[in-house]
Design a protein around this ligand. Structure first.
Ligand SMILES: [Zn+2]
Length: 257
């Protein structure tokens, strides 16, 4: 991990021991736009990556397919295939809960299943949505379930198989309407070396082609911020692509930098 004088952290995954990354995504596209770089970085370096898609986003995030005249089952099938392809490109395993979207509703059954995933995969890092997203309540529901299931999996009395979970840090990935969702990143992840992989994964999402350029621009902007906040000369030598994250729980460390 690298830190700079302004307190912004830049993580280099190669500095870390073997990890298990768990990504809790409301819909199929979300993990690619918001965390595709982190997923590719971890997978490339031999870490385990598991993605959970709570819903396909068939009703709310597949407008292109509805305009083409597809029926519900066809949309779900198409979105699932895109997500499987994107996960393969990124080097991750993917699980679909096939909950309804718009609205995605938190239920005891979904929480129990997700807590079971926590116990099985033993994540050392968790990525999910922000607490607030006034444009997309499904994302807020995913955030709530990701945190609640983590807490359940930590409970010694939980009936699920496996030992109680420790305390993996939770990082929130970037929402679509950043400022209005109260997102204030405290981690900028350098994803330059896997940018081509992330772009290829994003381009698997044929149902949301309008977002390919948008999230390329986001990565450029976060890359510029990463350069400005790192290195002895306040800048990296190469063009940098980045992803922004916000921690939920305090960082535990033996030293400050
Ligand atoms: Zn979504």
């Amino acid at each position: 991990m690298l830190t700079d004088g302004a307190g912004i952290c830049r993580y280099r995954v190669q500095d870390m021991p073997k990890d298990s990354l768990l990504v809790v995504s409301a819909h199929v596209g979300d993990f690619a736009w918001r965390a595709g770089g982190a997923i590719a970085l971890y997978a490339t370096r031999g870490h385990e990556v598991n993605i959970v898609c709570l819903a396909y986003g068939e009703r709310g995030e597949s407008a292109r397919y509805w305009r083409m005249g597809m029926e519900l089952d066809e949309v779900k099938k198409a979105r699932r295939e895109e997500a499987e392809k994107a996960a393969t490109v990124l080097g991750a395993k993917i699980t679909f809960f096939d909950a309804d979207d718009y609205p995605l509703i938190e239920t005891p059954e979904l929480l129990d299943r997700l807590a079971g995933i926590y116990r099985q995969t033993r994540p050392t890092v968790v990525l999910t949505h922000t607490e607030k997203d006034p444009w997309n309540k499904d994302h807020e529901a995913a955030h709530s379930m990701a945190l609640e299931a983590r807490i359940i999996a930590q409970a010694p009395g939980y009936h699920g198989k496996g030992d109680p979970l420790g305390a993996p840090p939770v990082f929130l990935f970037e929402p679509h309407q950043t400022e209005y969702s109260g997102f204030m990143p405290d981690v900028l992840l350098d994803i330059t070396e896997v940018w081509d992989t992330k772009l290829e994964a994003m381009q698997c999402m044929e149902g949301q082609t309008h977002l390919w350029d948008y999230y390329t621009d986001v990565a450029k902007r976060r890359g510029v911020q990463a350069k400005r906040n790192s290195g002895p000369n306040l800048g990296l030598e190469t063009d940098t692509m980045g992803e922004a994250y916000q921690r939920v729980y305090p960082q535990v460390a033996a030293e400050l930098s």
